[in-house]
Design a binder for this molecule. Structure first.
Ligand SMILES: [Zn+2]
Length: 108
């Protein structure tokens, strides 16, 4: 995640200036991959043809332990899915050049 060198704000998506202090000195920081489930929805219709084979799939909003919100997919068993349930990142290699962060319920 992008982190501001001036005020230490960690934010996503990356921006040319810090959204907290408007400073333009920013770096990158590895984050834990831990977070909590803020919301999720199951999609049963493919709004984009590339997702047809994935139906139904689950889109989620995760609040990372470091603070930023991230839209992703909730994958794996979903028993225990509830507001603020702990989640952990996994990385799915989609192509040789693209890897996506997705989330599983922690401990599941
Ligand atoms: Zn800042």
């Amino acid at each position: 995640m992008q982190v501001c060198d001036d005020c230490a704000d960690i934010h996503f998506p990356p921006t040319p200036v810090c959204p907290a202090c408007l400073g333009d000195h920013q770096s990158w920081q590895i984050v834990s991959g831990d977070g909590v489930l803020e919301s999720w929805i199951d999609l049963h219709r493919a709004y984009w043809p590339g997702f047809t084979d994935d139906l139904p799939y689950r889109v989620c909003i995760v609040k990372l332990a470091e603070g930023p919100l991230l839209a992703s997919n909730l994958v794996g068993p979903s028993e225990g899915a509830k507001l603020h349930a702990p989640v952990r990142v996994i990385f799915e290699q989609v192509t040789d050049e693209i890897t996506l962060p997705k989330f599983r319920l922690a401990g599941g």
